[in-house]
Ligand binder design. Structure first.
Ligand SMILES: Nc1ncnc2c1ncn2[C@@H]1O[C@H](COP(=O)(O)OP(=O)(O)OP(=O)(O)O)[C@@H](O)[C@H]1O
Ligand SMILES: [Mg+2]
Length: 225
């Protein structure tokens, strides 16, 4: 069986004018089914860069990313978008919800992009808002929700397609301690329920230790924490 997500000898160097900034210097990572991985590292260590590469949102300088055994370098842009939509979910530090759409519409968006009929997509979105405890906020727009509620909508949006793996970039970094813990616990509960793998970037060492595996990103390399 192929792992859900894998990268081999991944490097990324940003060219900043004449200066070259090597950020990732050879990352190997395997994400199996139903796993919970934390990645910790100081600001600027390359955590977001790594998630972008794993999600196929940016290209590595060298090395390869595989989604369920497929080398994404070899896929057309169209195919990559299709597989990203099918296999992966994303949760960002600042929710990235679309301001002009309500919670249902935001959660339904990846399903609509994947070609699902609008009525079914909305029904599924409502079901997932229920999973994150927001059934009574379904018609609210992001500006009418609290920070924790917005993150819960973002979680529902990431999970609604039943992805194989969710890439979460400091999903609780912008929340107060108590809300962060609640949102984090919700992610753990949903992970267990749906058996989705999670890679979560965090600054919060207490939360990272609740994950199965904790990797540290240091000097462009992965260390097992
Ligand atoms: N497009 C870019 N062009 C040039 N340099 C970049 C670019 N994107 C990121 N970098 C540099 O790469 C390094 C890693 O950035 P990255 O955003 O991955 O860090 P991070 O670990 O996610 O930090 P934080 O915890 O603050 O979010 C930083 O030094 C940053 O300045
Ligand atoms: Mg970052």
């Amino acid at each position: 069986m192929n792992p859900i997500l894998q990268c081999k000898n991944l490097t990324k160097t940003f060219a900043d004018g004449k200066r070259k900034v090597p950020v990732l210097k050879g990352i190997d990572l395997i994400v199996e089914e139903n796993s919970l991985i934390a990645i910790v590292g100081v600001s600027g260590s390359g955590k977001s860069t790594l998630l972008h590469l794993l999600g196929g949102l940016d290209k590595p300088t060298s090395g390869d990313v595989f989604w369920v055994g497929k080398n994404i370098k070899k896929l057309s842009e169209h195919k990559k978008c299709q597989l990203r939509n099918r296999y992966l979910g994303f949760i960002y530090q600042f929710h990235h919800l679309l301001p002009e759409f309500n919670a249902i519409e935001n959660v339904a968006m990846p399903l609509l992009i994947g070609g699902m009929d609008i009525r079914e997509a909305k029904n599924r979105a409502i079901e997932f808002l229920d999973h994150v405890g927001l059934q009574n906020r379904a018609l609210h727009k992001p500006s009418e929700l609290s920070g924790g509620e917005r993150q819960r909508v973002a979680i529902a949006r990431a999970l609604v397609t039943h992805p194989q793996c969710v890439l979460a970039d400091e999903p609780t970094g912008n929340l107060d301690q108590k809300t962060a813990e609640q949102v984090f616990q919700l992610m753990l509960d949903l992970q267990k329920q749906f058996k989705i793998s999670f890679i979560m970037v965090t600054h919060n060492l207490v939360l990272s230790q609740k994950m199965q595996v904790c990797y540290a990103l240091e000097e462009g390399r992965i260390l097992v924490g």
